[in-house]
Design a protein around this ligand. Sequence first.
Ligand code: F0G
Length: 450
Amino acid sequence: MQTIIEPFRIKSVEPLEQTTPAERERYLEQAGYNLFRIEAGKILIDLLTDSGTSAMSTEQWAAVMRGDESYAGSNSFFRLKRAVDELTGFRHMVPTHQGRAAERILFTVTCKPGDLIPSNTHFDTTRANIEFVGARAVDLPLPEAADTQARLDFKGNMDVAALEALVRKEGPQKIPLVMLTVTNNSGGGQPVSLANIEAVRGVCANYGIPLYLDACRFAENAWFIHQRELGYQAWAPKQIAQRMFSLADGCTFSAKKDAFANIGGFLCTNDDRLAQQETNLLILTEGFPTYGGLAGRDLEAIAVGLEEVLEPDYLQYRITSTGYLGRHIADRGVPIVEPPGGHAIYIDAAKMLPHIPADQFPGQALAVELYRHAGIRSVEIGSVMFGAAARHELLRLAIPRRVYTQSHIDYVVEAILEVNERKRNICGMEIVKEPPFLRHFSARFRPLAC
Ligand code: F0G
């Protein structure tokens, strides 16, 4: 059967508001052509992020009702701890209010100024938290991954030779830990193979450096391994995920992605001394160790989500549906980061709109046009977000989990193909007002004539 069906049915619905082209033009003007500034109620399909936007299941909502809100020793904490223990095997777990809180605690206790943290590619909050403590975040993606069109099975892998060279040059004492982001979000939602995790672990073990996973999308990564890596076809996604975690010494986790939770995260480690320091900082800034920054009901929702996300039917649907969006636009001439990632499709806006130079923000111009045409919200990942440091001019379409149906996806395909047909008429943008940092959230733009 070719039809992709959602392996769930809908019990509770949220209405979507239709808007007219004239209304959308007005909203754009009022928002300074920045989609972060548009009210969510004015968006038809919201592909801004897959983070915190999942639909929870009946089992998760039932668990919410069972949430134990005791300040200390909550049952919900122990429920989550059992789920995390079974999945990851790490000795210690502290809950945090979201992924970046886990990052802040980890880097505060492990890094000193001048240290280096290598990764396949750091996510922006990870990088920012490393830099905040005076250390340096180093990205070591595969050289081939720079080509958006290269179709590699595991394009999210780390360049292991570059890691080894870095450790030799700088010395292991300057590297408190190595990170692997699975899947590699900033690198296009691309997976990392078990062979690569093993190889990175090998280098780390040789030099006595701990390996951490940024595990937000661990289940999607496990599914790609199941599908693509030789020898793992008979393994269940859960077994693959357990193998991934068993190779690491700890992890940071945002439960807003693969745990289907609307908020939450955790930090794990096998190091008893580090766990004590992390717990001390957690109490100071997040909360008592059995709730972190969360309510008991959140801990319950995460515990259930960690199990549900590894169901093969769900993962099969999830990755096939994202791939369907990618293939249907790419095979009709829209350049995307190939191959399609797990949680998102990234359009190469510089390639699609070669008449718009980088300093006129082709990704932003495309985001605005897609909203104007069809009420779809996406996000620029290029020169608006990263300034001169941008390596590509991308537009990310991130797919919330279990939220949109296949006909919503068909609508997105149709809208993008229509915009592609008249792409010559899309003009660049200029910034008229920007804050001193993280300008993409609040900058105001003006469309340029062309
Ligand atoms: N690591 C990765 C790989 C992420 O994608 C994110 C968040 C985080 C860490 C931080 O987690 O948001 O819970 O604090 N990514 C979201 C996104 C924001 O849209 O890709 P958080």
